[in-house]
Write a protein that binds this ligand. Sequence first.
Ligand code: SF4
Length: 140
Amino acid sequence: MEALHWREFVRRDAPLLIYYPACGGGEECMTACPFSSEVWELRTMRVSLFGVSEKPRRRPVMANPEACRRCYVCVQACPTGALRVNDGNGRVFHNRCVEALILIYNALKLPFKRKYGVRFVFRREHIRRFLRNNFGVAAS
Ligand code: SF4
C-alpha cells in the first residue's frame, strides 16, 4: 500500500503543527518530550527531505495530542524549526521562501543553543534514527 502524503498527517486541532518537509526525522522532539510514549508515534508518509524528492519516510506524528502537556520542550529541541506551536489558525506552512528562512535561522542558532544544540542533534541515537527514518539504514 502506498504511503499517504504528509499533509494527511497534519492535525490542525493538535497543540503542535509539523511542517514535514523541514523535518529531518532525527526524532529530537520524541527524545526531548517527557511524555513521548503517550504522545508520539512514528508513521510512514510520503515526504521530501529538505525539498529533495518525495519518498516514503518515517516521521513523528502526534498520535495522541490530548496527552500533550503543552510544555513545548519538543519545540525547543527541534533543530530545523519544523515543529511549531499551533496558534489556532491551523496554518502549517507559509511559502517556500519563508520556510527556507526558518530552516536557515534554526540551523544558525544550533551552535548557540545550550541544551538542544549541536551536541544533542548529533548524538549517536539521533544519527541512527535519521538514517533509519530517511534511508531505511540500520546504523550500528
Ligand atoms: S509540548 Fe511537551 S508534552 Fe507536548 S509533545 Fe511537546 S514536549 Fe511533549
